[in-house]
Design a protein around this ligand. Structure first.
Ligand code: NDP
Length: 260
């Protein structure tokens, strides 16, 4: 996959799946801008790793739920690199695992803000540049929860379902401008987020305790997600748009997913 000369924004690119994407896209030749919320140390570490691959790098502290910060980051990316070819809407986090009856309105709002409004703000901000270029790729990260719809996971599953709806409509809206839009839905991936879920729902610091049975005997890795994204944003996938592709080892069992 050759992404030489391309510029990618990865939201939540400081850690986990987003970091995996930043590194994979950089390996393929793209310059990278990441948005992170607060963990500056993690962003600096990612910066060093991307730069070691010989790519240009911009780390920007922008909360995806803040439209103003998002627009400022996109403007800074254009100012720094002159273009934007790829947007990976990845930033996000888990919900509490409580059933609706015990879910605070604030938690529901937080999940919608992070998983729907964040990608909305970022996508809206990059589209004018991509349209001008007559070429672009937008990737949304959803979740296996849009296949499972497990009890106790309504705020998160609603957020991720919203993202899939947004992506499908958007793929038709932007096709004539040469912009492709796809969704990647991870299963359980070995990241800080899964560790938080394991601690909260299973009282364990071992991700392996999250499920009874693991596909292929292991959690997914950030690179499992990043490798697909690298393909989807490349010219080798130039006839693929509006798709939701799950990277979940073929599916986890519904009754495996814990409630809080
Ligand atoms: P991590 O917790 O490992 O990393 C989250 C990243 O998102 C960090 O870079 C964090 O920044 C950033 N972030 C979180 N909220 C915001 C915000 N409001 N504004 C800007 N940046 C933010 O998560 P994962 O890598 O595990 O998850 C990445 C995506 O994948 C999420 O959308 C998640 O829902 C999805 N996903 C994850 C699965 C998994 O098993 N891990 C399964 C299915 C989907 P900072 O470092 O500053 O905190």
């Amino acid at each position: 996959m050759d992404l030489q000369g391309r510029v990618a924004i990865v939201t939540g690119g400081s850690r986990g799946i987003g970091k995996g994407c930043a590194l994979a896209l950089a390996e393929a030749g793209a310059d990278i801008a990441i948005a992170y919320r607060k963990n500056e140390a993690a962003a600096s570490k990612t910066a060093a790793e991307v730069k070691a691959l010989g790519r240009r790098f911009l780390a920007y502290q922008a909360d995806v739920t803040n439209d103003e910060q998002v627009r400022a980051m996109v403007a800074k990316t254009v100012e720094t690199f002159g273009r934007i070819d790829i947007l990976v809407n990845n930033a996000g986090g888990p919900s509490t695992g409580r059933r609706l009856i015990n879910t605070e309105a604030g938690e529901m709002q937080h999940q919608i803000n992070t998983h729907i409004m964040g990608p909305f703000y970022f996508t809206k901000a990059v589209l004018p540049t991509m349209r001008q270029q007559r070429k672009g790729n937008v990737i949304f990260i959803s979740s296996v929860e849009t296949k499972l719809f497990p009890a106790g996971h309504i705020p998160y599953a609603v957020g991720k379902s919203g993202v899939e709806a947004m992506a499908k409509c958007l793929s038709l809206e932007e096709r004539d401008y040469g912009i492709r839009v796809n969704v990647v839905g991870p299963g359980v991936i070995d990241t800080d987020m899964s560790l938080r879920v394991a601690r909260a729902l299973k009282g364990s610091s071992n991700i392996m305790d999250l499920l009874e049975k693991w596909p292929f005997g292991r959690p997914g890795k950030p690179s499992d997600i990043a490798n697909l994204i690298k393909f989807l944003v490349s010219d080798k996938a130039s006839y693929i748009t509006g798709q939701v592709i799950f990277v979940d080892g073929g599916g986890i069992q519904m009754w495996d997913l814990p409630e809080g």
